[in-house]
Design a protein around this ligand. Structure first.
Ligand code: HEM
Length: 181
């Protein structure tokens, strides 16, 4: 068995894989939504909003878990530039997981649209109605989604590099495997 410090704690691992699937689904739902003009558009919007708010709540929980349980240390021989890239990209991912749903919520509020999570559950507006703010936030939401997708791809590349090239146990610490060394 790996020592406890070799791995992320199980709530961090569970939240990581659950949120990875949710966020990836959201990126595709978002793009599908703006690209479709059929009745599928309404269905996708109905899924997009509650799933986005669920991501926001889970991101807050995940941040609390992260602050309470620091991650296992990176391998001692990892070059400084890669350490810095890991640090910066991880905090950028946290920032985007919080910012993107909040901007989506604020955008609908500024547009004067109700933010319905179900037929009867309506979230309060977090901004007063304002056409200019709506237009700015609509663009911001799309650009933050692009940034999230690019950061996700870089993160995936780094994970595969650790798992297949360096084989240093970093990928295993999130999957739950026993580290190689
Ligand atoms: C992690 C969470 C989220 C992700 C990854 C995400 C992703 C996206 C993406 C990729 C688009 C398409 C952007 C474009 O190409 O123009 C989009 C559009 C949109 N999102 Fe989100 N979103 C998230 C959260 C939210 C939330 C919480 C809300 C509202 C409560 C929301 C409301 C919308 C709306 C209204 C649109 C435009 C729909 C349309 O014009 O047909 N999003 N989102």
């Amino acid at each position: 068995m790996a020592r406890p410090t070799d791995m992320f704690v199980w709530p961090a691992r569970l939240l990581h894989w659950l949120m990875a699937a949710m966020i990836l689904a959201m990126l595709f739902i978002g793009v599908g939504m703006v690209a479709s003009v059929s009745e599928r558009h309404d269905w996708l919007v109905r899924v997009h909003k509650p799933l986005g708010i669920a991501i926001l709540l889970l991101a807050v929980l995940r941040l609390a878990v992260r602050l309470r349980h620091p991650p296992p240390p990176l391998p001692a021989d990892l070059p400084l530039l890669q350490r810095w890239a890991a640090f910066a990209s991880h905090w950028l991912l946290y920032a985007l997981m919080l910012a993107l749903p909040l901007v989506g919520w604020a955008m609908l509020s500024a547009g004067g649209y109700p933010v319905m999570l179900s037929h009867s559950l309506r979230l309060p507006a977090i901004l007063p109605a304002n056409g200019v703010a709506f237009a700015v936030l609509r663009h911001l939401h799309a650009w933050l989604a692009v940034l999230l997708f690019v950061t996700f791809l870089a993160h995936l590349g780094a994970a595969l590099y650790h798992g297949l090239v360096r084989r240093d146990g970093v990928l295993g610490s999130m999957v739950g495997w026993r580290p190689r060394r």
